[in-house]
Design a protein around this ligand. Structure first.
Ligand code: SAM
Length: 262
């Protein structure tokens, strides 16, 4: 079992879409839930996603970035027919355990990489959710377009894609100011960007046992993500800041894009 993340001699040169499978090693996956703290995260998000989906009459949801299952479990508990996909088998195993432990849900899990989603996941969905700043793992524009096209194809004609991202514009333009209030809520975990340029945001995660992990991410600018969605065919894209519709004034830590197919 791999116990150390492999980034080679020059970690800031690792800018590959497929590298996420080597970053989410089992010992990091085991720690993920202390990083995201389910209770605090549920408090910050409230019923934002559930309300959004219900308002649009959504019944079936494909969670394409299941991770350890935070959103999938919430969706199942709220009564949505939910399929939970992720490219990492270790993440899915943890999600399945969490589903059982938190409400006795038997999750339908599928290991699938977004670039070939239609090959491995079947059916059409009212909504696809890609949350927890996951889309940032794609390093080339070609992969981002391919993934969005795969999402688009798996939606019903009036389906929606809900995709969030960290506010990288703020990180790139003004430096890192996250209040750590959203998503990464584990109090004893320090999360900070160790290196940032227009093509890479390398995040460092330090846990109370002093173990250190990294994730190499592509810093998506908000308008760039919106443009890609439009170019792939989504007709209308609404962007929310930190679970509110307006984001004037203080900069939000995260954006949530809701893209409509019809
Ligand atoms: N949504 C979860 C959350 O909010 O806690 C997990 C977020 S984690 C930052 C990103 C997840 O996306 C990981 O579980 C990773 O395995 C998955 N992922 C990254 N790139 C992927 C790809 N190309 N195909 C499928 N899954 C991918």
């Amino acid at each position: 079992m791999q116990s150390v993340q492999e980034f080679g001699d020059n970690p800031v040169e690792v800018r590959e879409t497929g590298h996420y499978t080597e970053e989410y090693i089992p010992s990091f996956v085991e720690k993920w839930d202390s990083l995201i703290d389910w209770g605090k995260r549920a408090e910050s998000e409230g019923t934002f996603f559930i309300d959004l989906l219900r308002k649009r009459g959504v019944k079936s949801v494909l969670d394409v970035a299941t991770g350890t299952g935070f959103h999938s479990v919430g969706l199942l508990a709220a009564g949505f027919e939910t399929v939970s996909a992720d490219g990492s088998a270790d993440m899915l195993a943890m999600a399945f355990e969490n589903g059982m432990a938190r409400g006795g849900h038997i999750m339908r899990v599928v290991q699938a990489d977004w670039r070939w989603l239609n090959r491995d996941v079947h059916g059409e969905y009212d909504a696809i959710v890609c949350l927890g700043n996951s889309f940032t793992h794609l390093f080339s524009e070609r992969d981002r377009r391919k993934a969005l096209a795969e999402f688009y194809a798996m939606l019903k004609h009036d389906g929606i894609l809900v995709l969030d991202q960290r506010n990288y514009d703020a990180i790139l333009d003004d430096g890192y100011t996250s209040k750590h209030r959203y998503y990464y809520c584990g109090e004893d975990v320090t999360v900070e960007p160790e290196y940032v340029d227009e093509g890479l945001c390398r995040m460092r995660y330090e846990f109370p046992d002093e173990s250190i992990y990294h994730l190499n991410m592509f810093p998506l600018r908000k308008d760039y993500t919106r443009r890609l969605m439009a170019e792939v065919g989504f007709q209308r894209i609404d962007t929310y800041g930190d679970f509110q519709h307006t984001y004037r004034g203080e900069q939000p830590d995260f954006f949530v894009h809701v893209a409509e197919k019809e």
